[in-house]
Design a protein around this ligand. Structure first.
Ligand SMILES: [Zn+2]
Ligand SMILES: [Zn+2]
Ligand SMILES: [Zn+2]
Length: 143
């Protein structure tokens, strides 16, 4: 009973971090770090794996094989339906779920997509150089 209770609490803590920013994907070490050592790495990993099985969280691996976890929207236990893209900001290195797949990806006849896991790189809205002026300034400062 006690153990059950503790499990629920640790699960809630991990979920709390993911819910903090629903479109952000986080890697395992990132989550462990945010938990401030309150839950050990292995437990966090197991909890995340459990969320994946329950259709609450999906995993994406980047080109370095690093795995990120993000909240699912309409998935159910044992069935994931996350056909969206993931965007990684090359400046702040955050990864976000982007709902834009259907419009930009047109597969050749005879192919049917069941999932997608590719990463787009670029600047997120927070890091996008805000105006041409600023860029010009930077250039003029250099010269
Ligand atoms: Zn999912
Ligand atoms: Zn950014
Ligand atoms: Zn996603």
């Amino acid at each position: 009973m006690e153990k059950q209770k503790r499990n629920t609490k640790t699960k809630q803590m991990v979920m709390g971090i993911l819910l903090n920013e629903p479109v952000a994907a986080r890697c395992h070490s990132d989550i462990v770090q945010q938990l401030d050592g309150k839950i050990d790495r292995v437990t966090v990993y197991r909890i995340l794996q459990g969320f994946c099985d329950d259709g609450l969280v999906h995993k994406v691996a980047d080109d370095n094989g690093k795995t990120y976890y993000a909240l699912c929207r309409d998935c159910t236990s044992g069935r994931h339906d996350d056909d969206h893209l993931h965007f990684r900001c090359i400046s702040c290195e955050t990864v976000s779920c982007i709902e834009a797949t259907q419009q930009i990806l047109r597969l050749p006849r005879g192919y049917r997509m069941s999932g997608i896991s590719c990463f787009i790189s670029g600047y997120c809205p927070n890091c996008l150089p805000p105006a041409k002026n600023k860029r010009l300034k930077t250039y003029s400062q250099k010269s």
